[in-house]
Design a protein around this ligand. Sequence first.
Ligand code: ZN
Ligand code: ZN
Length: 276
Amino acid sequence: MSISERPIKIDFHTHSHFSPDANTTMQEMIDEAIKVGITHLAFTDHVDLDADLEATPVNWDFDRDASEKLLTHYKTLYSNQIKLYQGLEIGVQPHLSDKNTQIVSSNPYDFVIASLHAVDRRDLYQRLLLSSNKPVDAIRKYYEDYYSSVMRFKAYSVLGHLDLYLRYHPELAEVPYSKYSDYIDTLLKMIIEDGKGIEINAGGYRYGLGSSNPSASILKRYRELGGEIITYGSDAHTPSYLGHEYEANMALLVSTGFKYICTFEQLHPKFHKIVY
Ligand SMILES: [Zn+2]
Ligand SMILES: [Zn+2]
């Protein structure tokens, strides 16, 4: 069935072997995406300039020109079956704004996810957030750092997996929302004003949270404040997670007040009515 005959199904957060934490080729991801009915697929491989460089010296960057060349080839090859988009998941921290802005301008991206993976240059994955912070302060610090990061860096489309800390410290879900809601409001108000969005990221399921990031209270608040731009991403690093929990996520979006899900082309959002 050609792409125009299929119901729309969007996955705008996926990784290929260009990311150091994924091994699957773009071709394998595309083949599987078509099989599971995805009509719009963005590759968002990682650039993270200063996440745990000293502790774990992984180069969180890749040959972005080679990736662009290959994806351009696949865009034409698969044009009847799937729409492909060139994206990037860029690690933001307050001190990386200038370098990140430069990186985004180096290739013609359709879509850029700004993800805060590291606080004080340590990847949240290391589970160190609570070693020097009380639970409520850890959460506030995460949102403060996010705010400072995207106050200076504007070359992005959506914030990646807000409340990511829950993947590594699920006990932080016990901290009452009211203790840090003003920090979230400040961040959300700024991104709405800037014409940016957020994503709903199914990776939380993979980490056993039983839900996506961010949690429903943040989605609801974003919508209440007037936020409309939202993308869905499986955060698949392997083919089996493409479109993960798509229906559950669309249902959650509808129940929290969203009618549209976005794709991005040349960094401009396009709204699609949610169907699932
Ligand atoms: Zn991420
Ligand atoms: Zn990711």
